[in-house]
Design a protein around this ligand. Structure first.
Ligand code: GTP
Length: 518
């Protein structure tokens, strides 16, 4: 009995133990499921985080996720977990290398940015700090991304700074050509005395190093000066027209007055004539029936007195009329004299202006416009008389060097002196014009082919012998000359072209010489 009771209690103990072992097993299994689920969750998150970095890793993680959902024991996926771990480790090293590369590239870009000229100080400092900061290694992408963002901001700031900066445009050959043309134009125009200082400044500027802004300013100033001159000219013409108009109005008034006076006088004279005629008729009628001689005498005397009175009135009227007419004529003459004085002043000014537009203002030689006119005239003369006509082009040698060494105003003076020498070495029938810059054109009629070289060499020698002294230095200035004779078969422009080509040859044959186009 005792034994059976002991066995029962042992059994019940065993049952209890079994129950608690079952419960424990259930709990364990529950725990395992939870862990497996947590692992699955973790792998899913890892897949998301690593997605796109490596196809192999993506595939492995996908496979692991799939397997984890169906395995009994975690050990079944252990080899895959090891592989994933290996791939993740590989990916980490790959990423670190990439980050290092990125850091090196960012440093290179910063160095390039630092090479920009005239960056604002603040930006320069910030760039320097940034570069220093890039010296530290990156551990994750999160170190890298903010740096890239900062760099983009630097780019933006530099771009803004460059755009804000008034970037001076570069001077191209076409701008230099424009400056040259303006200088040429300015030296061909006659400016007023009070404008000359401004013109000199512009000329000096155009002869030196130009920039675009300066060139535009120079054009604008020249244009303003020209517009001022046009406006002045316009107001002078307007003034003259007003004077002309006033004078004509005064003359018209005088003429109208005089016409009205003469109309009135004419009527009065007609009336007086009628009166005189009727008095003469009266004398006849009055004497017909008179037989007594004394009565006749007194009647005639009476009639004669009234006729004389009428004639006296007529004479007075005529005298008044004469006086009025004389006065009107005098007024008209005064007005016309005044007008003619105004007109001759105006004509003289126009003539002066016309002369000035034909003269080069620096050298006072005829300018290009005058040359063209003269060429046409000489060409017509040639066609009529067939006397020889020569066109010569003379150019000062190495003139730029004079400007460069002694200044533009010394260059100007040299041009003036040489112009005088050229002019003085020619006869009245010969002609020299400043063609532009340091180039002159000579028109020489009536000189034979044998004499022309001698003549032009004399001109060349004359220039060469001018005793120039710049900055206490004795300088010899020479000219090269090319010449051609007008041919029957050509226009004078073609002769000019040949003379110019001969000048080119003279320049290439060491200058200071005369070449005649044969
Ligand atoms: N001072 C001054 N210089 C002028 C004027 N017009 C043109 N020039 C200058 O004349 C110079 C001409 O130079 P280039 O065409 O190179 O000729 P160059 O130095 O005389 O040389 P070669 O003709 O080859 O012997 C340029 O420097 C012009 O600026 C002017 O009115 N006054």
């Amino acid at each position: 009995m005792k034994d059976s009771m002991a066995s029962v209690s042992q059994l019940s103990l065993l049952q209890q133990k079994l129950h608690s072992a079952k419960t424990a097993l259930n709990e364990l299994s529950e725990q395992k499921n939870q862990n497996q689920h947590a692992l699955l969750q973790f792998i899913s998150q890892l897949s998301l985080a690593c997605k796109g970095q490596s196809i192999e890793l993506d595939n492995k993680l996908a496979k692991l996720r799939h397997n984890l959902a169906s395995i009994e024991h975690i050990e079944e996926v252990l080899p895959e977990l090891v592989e994933v771990e290996h791939l993740v480790k590989q990916q980490y090293h790959y990423m670190m290398a990439q980050l290092e590369d990125g850091r090196a590239n960012l440093t290179k870009v910063v160095r390039q940015l630092q090479r920009f000229d005239s960056l604002p100080d603040k930006l320069t400092k910030e760039l320097a700090y940034f570069k220093q900061d890039l010296g530290k290694p990156f551990y994750t992408c999160w170190d890298y991304f903010p740096k890239v963002r900062s760099l983009v901001n630097f780019y933006n700031a530099i771009l803004q700074a460059q755009l804000a900066q008034d970037d001076p445009l570069s001077v191209l050959p076409k701008h230099r050509q424009l400056a040259h043309e303006l200088a040429q134009m300015v030296s061909e125009i006659e400016f007023r005395k009070d404008q000359r200082d401004q013109v000199l400044v512009i000329k000096d500027y155009l002869a030196g190093e130009i920039d675009i802004d300066g060139l535009i300013d120079a054009y604008q100033t020249v244009l303003t000066l020209l517009l001022e001159n046009i406006a002045l000219e316009k107001s002078a013409s307007k003034e003259f027209l007003y004077v002309l108009n006033d004078a004509l109005s005064a003359v018209r008034e005088v003429v109208t007055d005089s016409y009205n006076n003469s109309q009135r006088s004419f009527q009065l004279k007609q009336q007086l004539n009628r009166e005189i005629n009727s008095r003469v008729d009266n004398v006849g009628e009055a004497v017909i029936d008179i037989n007594d001689i004394d009565q006749l005498k007194s009647q005639v005397a009476e009639q004669l007195v009234s006729i004389r009175t009428a004639l006296g009135r007529k004479e007075a009227l005529e005298q008044r009329e004469q006086a009025l007419l004389r006065k009107s004529i005098e007024t008209m003459r005064d007005e016309l004299n005044e007008l003619s004085k105004e007109a001759s002043v105006y004509k003289e000014r126009l003539f002066e202006q016309q002369k000035l537009t034909m003269l080069d203002s620096l050298t006072q030689l005829p300018n290009r416009a005058a040359l063209e006119e003269r060429m046409e005239l000489e060409y017509r003369n040639y066609q009529r008389h067939k006397q020889p006509l020569w066109v010569a082009v003379a150019d000062i040698d190495h003139f730029k060097a004079i400007n460069d060494s002694f200044g533009h105003s010394t260059g100007d003076k040299t041009l003036q002196v040489i112009s005088m020498a050229l002019k003085n070495s020619l006869r009245d029938s010969e002609f020299v014009a400043r063609y532009g810059g340091e180039e002159f054109v000579l028109l020489i009629p009536d000189v034979s082919a044998t004499d022309i070289k001698h003549l032009l060499n004399r001109v060349r020698e004359k220039v060469k012998n001018i005793p120039f002294k710049f900055k206490n230095q004795r300088i010899t200035v020479t000219v090269s000359i090319g010449a051609a004779q007008l041919l029957d078969t050509e226009q004078i422009n073609e002769t000019f072209e040949r003379a110019d080509a001969a000048l080119y040859q003279a320049k290439h044959e060491s200058r200071d010489r005369v070449i005649i186009d044969a």
